[in-house]
Design a protein around this ligand. Sequence first.
Ligand code: FAD
Length: 139
Amino acid sequence: MLVQLTYASRTATILGPGDVKDILRSSARNNTAVGVTGALCLANGIFLQQLEGDRQAVNTVYHRILKDPRHKEPAILDLSEIVVRQFGSWSMGLIAATQENRQLFLKYSSTSEFDPYKMSPSTLRAFFSEVIQSARWLS
Ligand code: FAD
């Protein structure tokens, strides 16, 4: 069964581009091995990640991520069954906080700052769908 899990968390310390690269490197290695795909945003000190794949594989990856000391206050924002993957070719794509992407973040935020904790499941799904089409992907 194919599922999509979306969660948010806050950075535990100040993370630089090298830290994010490390996370993406581990993600590419581990997610590819278990058929998990997805995307990760970091903006405003908040991670927003969507993981998709086999339900058990997504659960396993999510529970490993939860143990990571680089973030805190994780919250599942959406968990849905899906028919097809959105991120079929991305073991983990990075949605960077570029100016262009910031505008996209704000388009879907009810507040002036990007705050996925306040976004509804349907808004999150719409956000990721648009991201796939228009955001600048870095990795
Ligand atoms: P390695 O990557 O080789 O790391 C070895 C150990 O060191 C791990 O326990 C790791 O947690 C720890 N570690 C490495 N660097 C640091 C550091 N700078 N500070 C503290 N501890 C560190 N992993 C995935 O596989 N898939 C994902 O989609 C994914 N998404 C993530 C999203 C976020 C927001 C964060 C914070 C982490 C994410 N990770 C993801 C990383 C995950 O938490 C684990 O670190 C990683 O899966 C461990 O991979 P590994 O066993 O190959 O170990």
